[in-house]
Design a protein around this ligand. Structure first.
Ligand SMILES: [Fe+2]
Ligand SMILES: [Fe+2]
Length: 267
């Protein structure tokens, strides 16, 4: 089932205002993806799927602590449950805490790198629809950076990035796509969408894992902030799939073969 841009906008608004509908959307999207083999494939990691089903539980959407209940902890004794709902403290000296902080720094660096790439992708895109999607995501990414800074605050750590080789690699791939596809073609847009979805999937895997680690360490404030961004990344990924499938891929198919503007070997 395809959605119009307006329908998608409505869904995006819902995503930022209420997690219930969005969780239902994400569940539906994933089911369609697996049934029809749609472009986005299995967007999320297993951890993200757990997050989705977790949020789909009625009445638990706005309570970050509800996360614990639907991940198998509902069978706990009441004292254990009270303990699991207590806000944990972050000392930063255990191996898991160090890894959590490392991954926060990784995604903080990645978000800032994405802020640099999106304007290039926007100006390189052929269709107004894709340009608009990249512009929307630029604003969203600015929010993701600010939200990560709040996460650092919740654990009393300075917000700083650590070089993320994965996002550097995808950014180089974006530059190759722009160099190797003809300006003004649908093929360029189809390729840019795939590159953008690689970024989204990296973010979804990282945020999905961080949400689960935060829940495990009872860092509920951090978990809630990270989960908000996870929802938005999944929504962006689904929106890119819709743009590709609604017209760009089919129109690209009729363009014939790509005529590179310059040749550079791709491994
Ligand atoms: Fe992001
Ligand atoms: Fe993103």
């Amino acid at each position: 089932m395809k959605k119009t841009r307006n329908e998608t906008k409505t869904r995006k608004t819902t995503a930022s205002n209420g997690r219930s509908s969005n969780a239902q959307h994400r569940t539906g999207s994933r089911q369609i993806s697996s049934a029809d083999g749609r472009q986005t494939g299995s967007a999320g990691s297993r951890q993200t799927d757990a997050s989705t089903s977790r949020q789909a539980n009625a009445g638990e959407e706005d309570n970050p602590r509800a996360n614990n209940r639907s991940t198998g902890r509902s069978r706990q004794t009441s004292s254990a449950k009270q303990d699991s709902e207590r806000q944990g403290s972050f000392e930063g000296d255990s191996p898991l805490e160090k890894f959590f902080l490392d991954q926060l720094q990784d995604i903080y660096y990645a978000e800032k790198k994405i802020l640099q790439s999106l304007p290039k992708m926007q100006s390189a895109a052929t269709t107004e629809e894709l340009k608009e999607a990249f512009e929307d995501h630029l604003h969203q990414t600015q929010r993701h950076v600010r939200r990560l800074e709040k996460v650092f605050e919740t654990i009393d750590q300075n917000a700083e990035g650590k070089k993320c080789e994965a996002i550097e690699g995808i950014a180089r791939e974006v530059e190759s796509i722009i160099n190797e596809t003809e300006e003004g073609t649908m093929t360029r847009d189809a390729a840019l969408i795939i590159a953008a979805q690689k970024v989204e999937h990296y973010e979804i895997a990282t945020y999905g894992g961080l949400v689960q680690l935060a829940i495990t360490m009872q860092l509920h404030d951090a978990a809630d902030l990270l989960d908000k961004t996870l929802v938005e990344e999944e929504d962006t990924d689904a929106h890119l799939t819709e743009i590709a499938e609604n017209s760009i891929n089919l129109r690209a198919e009729h363009e014939g073969s790509i005529r590179p503007t310059h040749s550079s070997p791709i491994e």
